[in-house]
Design a protein around this ligand. Sequence first.
Ligand SMILES: Nc1nc2c(c(=O)[nH]1)N[C@H]1C(S)=C(S)[C@@H](COP(=O)(O)OP(=O)(O)OC[C@H]3O[C@@H](n4cnc5c(=O)[nH]c(N)nc54)[C@H](O)[C@@H]3O)O[C@H]1N2
Ligand SMILES: Nc1nc2c(c(=O)[nH]1)N[C@H]1C(S)=C(S)[C@@H](COP(=O)(O)OP(=O)(O)OC[C@H]3O[C@@H](n4cnc5c(=O)[nH]c(N)nc54)[C@H](O)[C@@H]3O)O[C@H]1N2
Ligand SMILES: [Mo]
Length: 759
Amino acid sequence: MTDHIDNPGGKGPAGGWGSLKSIARIYGDSEPPAAFLETLARQNKPGGFMCVSCAWPKPKNYHPFEFCENGAKATMWELTNARCTPDFWNEYTATELRSWKDHDLEMTGRLTHPMRFDHATDRYVEVTWDEAFEKIGRTLRRLEKQSVVFYSSGHAGLEASYLYALLARAYGNNNLPQSSNMCHETTSVGLNKVIGSPVGTIVWDDLEKADAFLFFGQNPGTNSPRFLHPLQEAKKRGAKIVTFNPVIEQGLVSFVNPQNPFDMLTGNETKISDQYCQVKAGGDVAAMLGLCKVVVEADDAAVARDAPRVLDVDFIAKHTTGFEAFVTCVRETAWKDIERESGLSEADLREAGETYIGADRVIGVYGMGLTQHAQGALNVAMLVNLLLLRGNIGREGAGCCPVRGHSNVQGQRTVGIAEKAKLVPMDKLKALFDFDPPTEDGTHIVDAVRGMMAGTISATISLGGNLLRAVPDQEEMERAWVRQHLTVMVSTKLNRSHLFPGKEAWILPCLSRTEMDMQATGNQSVTTEDSFSHISGSIGKRTPASKHLKSELAIVAGIAKATLDAKPTFRWDEWTADYALVRDLIEATYPDDFKGYNARLFEPGGFYRGNDAHERIWNTEEKKAVFTKPERMNALSFEDTPGRYRLVTMRSNDQFNTTIYGYSDRFRGIEGTRNVVLMCPEDIEAAGLSEGQMIALVSDFGDGKHRELGGLAVRAHKLPPGTIGGYYPECNVLNAIDHHDELSKTPAAKAIPVKIVTQ
Ligand SMILES: Nc1nc2c(c(=O)[nH]1)N[C@H]1C(S)=C(S)[C@@H](COP(=O)(O)OP(=O)(O)OC[C@H]3O[C@@H](n4cnc5c(=O)[nH]c(N)nc54)[C@H](O)[C@@H]3O)O[C@H]1N2
Ligand SMILES: Nc1nc2c(c(=O)[nH]1)N[C@H]1C(S)=C(S)[C@@H](COP(=O)(O)OP(=O)(O)OC[C@H]3O[C@@H](n4cnc5c(=O)[nH]c(N)nc54)[C@H](O)[C@@H]3O)O[C@H]1N2
Ligand SMILES: [Mo]
């Protein structure tokens, strides 16, 4: 067992006083109004509001303050006193603002008025909502239907999202790409292919019963800190945790619970990982093959001794297909190949494999470290292979746990934001609204970006997000984005996407979920779905940041009314007046998932939508869970060559995606800057570099296009040789739009092939 895990440069355990200080700093920076604590106390509780940050579930038995460091930051970021009013545009032009940093753009505060871009002066100018809707509608009516994209980032609640998808379909296309196309699309497609479920299979109770957790490429300390509470509990009852990650992430090393006064006063840390395996970026396929090999060898030995089997043979026989081919591959794979491809030793993998075998109930947790690779779906299939060997899916305390990103990213998919026509009950839409929904598939993000570059996409409506900053090939994308005829951004804060306006461009500012959403029938609640498929109501109580803001639902309805022909079945005004009517429509469209929807909004912990894979019902083509024989030993689409590195794009502890709260990545010991490249000392030396030296990275994707990011300081960090680290979104200029997961097209942001250029 690994007793001590070095944290390179990090400042103490996750949580604890560091976390409170970090929240306080944002509080100071963004000057939120008083009574902020009162708002935080309502976060993630029945009758309160659901956190605007990540999609981690809300427990039934909540803590006095059911929020985490980053949820508190996200809330504060929205409650800032700063306002980005129309006057701001008297001082700056869009072109000038392009040199601003993401952090500084959002620090201008909440957007307050609907705005139209005026190309003559290069500024946004204030407009009325009526003018905005009328003109957007008029242009949409004129454009070629297939050339319009309806993007959404996973913020908006289920009600607005359902109407948004209805708007796109009634308009005439299924062009409904979502942020998950850059995120867990690999899960939606890859996991679905092997177990017939596009989402994770566990529920909260399983967390409380698992004997071991295997973490692959998910960083709870930063991205889902409330996960650290059940992990701390798990450690207390003796559960084991093994982590596979090229970067040593503090939240997976140790944790001090900021909700526990005793832990806070004594600095009582809980060690999280029992073993930390610094796998190479893209090396998980080999690592998991190694773990499977340990299981298969142990089973062979058990058979020879006539001891109880290590494989769950009954489960495999009854519930799976493809076992023989997979196991033959496992037996035939040599340890030396596994070691080379994973960067891990046989001894370490044996230790991890023994932990897996020693635990009766195991949960496999994963995030972007598995999904954002050229063979991300193979990564996911390998994790499923490993779990299936011992029947660890669809059993109490066991299962597959992809940790989702945005607070309602999963739910938006559930209620019809999907570019794939087959995922949506079109017959129900036809019956409810009396129109013929389009049957052709729409655009995935990657297709939308290619379409913008090729000129076939000429308008983008964005329900939240910062698409321009989130996608690969950013420089080409910026040139393509401005060639569009129409860009409409429904946003809370200013971001880079606003600064590249299409020929007609609009900013439509919306309410945040913490704010009152007063409509004709009173303050409205909205609902979101978490990573465990539980649906919870959310009510905002704060006074809106500006009296000109509209809710996301009201904005969607406003655009729809101005764009679509009127029909008795399209009751946009009534739906805006009473969101419960929209929930009735959702229930009518998805009766199995949303039975009794309106009555169940505030059930503690949310109401469970159900998941067939959790019940061992496999909705795959084969009607079984599928073992996948890997055709490759790694998740990459390129070979190693001298001077080529695998660049991992990382999130700091001080950001939410493209929203940069500040420049303190305290867990990694990086302060005051994001312009760094993390490299291991051996790589620094081998490349003839020195710490602090300024370098540039250039793309080594091999498609002949020049992509470069300069002004980066070399930082020594404990990483596997050949794997280097840089920050997302800054590094997006280095990735190619064609570099994506083969099956799901999720951009491969975790092993971008790059070379180093000295400046
Ligand atoms: N505070 C905060 N919370 C967030 C977000 C945020 O930006 N900030 N973003 C939200 C969103 S949209 C999402 S999708 C989630 C993202 O949450 P995560 O899934 O945790 O995403 P990342 O931090 O990008 O990467 C996860 C981990 O993968 C590791 N990794 C990189 N390459 C590999 C590899 O090849 N193999 C393995 N095993 N590991 C690898 C990285 O070192 C990192 O620790 O978080 C959500 N929550
Ligand atoms: N290189 C690299 N690229 C990546 C990733 C990576 O790890 N590496 N991660 C990918 C992932 S996982 C994701 S999910 C995408 C994220 O891509 P997006 O979801 O498009 O980006 P965000 O940064 O989450 O969007 C931030 C903006 O959303 C708006 N906003 C915030 N709250 C609200 C709200 O309540 N309502 C509305 N309407 N707007 C709101 C604000 O204006 C804010 O500026 O990026 C992807 N890109
Ligand atoms: Mo995400």
